[in-house]
Write a protein that binds this ligand. Structure first.
Ligand SMILES: Nc1ncnc2c1ncn2[C@@H]1O[C@H](COP(=O)(O)OP(=O)(O)O)[C@@H](O)[C@H]1O
Ligand SMILES: [Mg+2]
Length: 305
């Protein structure tokens, strides 16, 4: 288990993390979701012992993480936000270089390099220079490099930024496979779809503060509505939708209205109202709310502004 206890970290011009506490269970697929500048990378840098907190502490398996505590730092693998590879040499050579940073016995390292190249699907291309790789392949090689010392926990900092959709799926599959083989994954992103798809628990961070934490289901329960209903805008709806205001929150957009029925409002009442006001069912669409809606609800801002 990783415990982050009351961490505060300031830079000269900004408090990047303000009294952050989180608990990450073994074998979790844990998401840290927040907009640019929220403090995600700063937290990653604290978890690898690269930065020291001003206040608070990180415990890994109950042991306090310090700059010198190498044995627990080895429990963590780190895939940094900016890809760090030697471009002119092969994947194989890159892994040999990264492997040499850890004290790994020669034959063990050789086996691990082969195993990792297979796991990340780059074995066939292992002898090609990294500069011939796509963004997604480089990212997968970065993941392989971070796994060579066989850490129990892998930190991935926005691993899909700048990666095409197909490679993104390959990265998702790879991380899911590592997680089902027992690795704890900590995954930062500003894409709420990724957090929703991958993570079994999610912390939402904004301006250095954890503003919500839990499973996707418990997070969405914090919204004062259970679904979002879009209603196409036309002359009829515009004049007749007034009646819905008492049933929930009605938001007007350019092309449509978005209706957020109050918690516990029976949908049958909503449909009765549609019927009474002669509004076609065909012009409505019902969706489950998303983390985007939660972020908007909690901060008044969009996640991706
Ligand atoms: N080394 C640094 N020196 C000064 N300010 C920094 C440094 N690293 C991060 N920051 C600031 O801390 C805040 C959080 O940054 P960061 O952790 O990189 O956010 P995120 O990864 O969520 O985009 C930002 O305001 C950023 O400008
Ligand atoms: Mg970052």
């Amino acid at each position: 288990m990783i415990q982050i206890n009351n961490i505060t970290k300031s830079f000269p011009s900004v408090t990047a993390l303000n009294n952050v506490s989180l608990e990450i269970q073994d074998n979790a697929f844990y998401g840290l979701l927040g907009p640019n500048g929220a403090g995600k990378t700063t937290l990653m840098n604290l978890l690898i012992g690269y930065l020291q907190p001003d206040k608070g502490e990180v415990l890994i398996g109950g042991e306090r993480l310090t700059r010198d505590n190498l044995s627990i730092r080895k429990k963590i693998g780190y895939v940094p936000q900016s890809i760090a590879l030697y471009d002119d040499v092969s994947a194989q050579a890159n892994l040999e270089i990264f492997g040499s940073f850890f004290e790994i016995e020669k034959n063990t390292l050789k086996e691990r390099i082969n195993a990792q190249l297979n796991t990340v699907g780059l074995y066939e291309r292992r002898k090609d220079a990294v500069k011939t790789y796509s963004g997604g392949m480089k990212r997968r090689l970065n993941i392989a490099a971070s796994m060579l010392h066989d850490p129990v926990c892998l930190l991935c900092d926005e691993p899909t930024v700048g990666v095409d959709p197909q490679s993104r799926n390959a990265i998702f599959d790879l991380l899911e496979k590592l997680n089902s083989n027992g690795k704890t994954i900590i995954y930062t992103t500003h894409y709420m779809e990724e957090a929703e798809r991958l993570c079994d628990r999610i912390a939402i961070i904004d301006s250095g503060v954890i503003i919500a934490e839990g499973t996707l289901a418990t997070l969405l329960e914090q919204l004062p509505f259970d679904e979002t209903i879009s209603i196409a805008k036309n002359r009829e709806t515009t004049s007749r939708l007034e009646a819905f205001k008492e049933l929930g929150n009605l938001i007007e957009h350019d092309e449509l209205y978005e209706f957020e029925p109050a918690h516990g409002m029976q949908l049958s009442i909503f449909f009765q109202q549609l019927e009474r006001h002669n509004i076609s069912y065909r012009s409505i669409e019902m969706r489950k709310p998303t983390l985007e809606a939660l972020f908007l609800h909690l901060t008044g801002r969009k996640l991706r502004d």
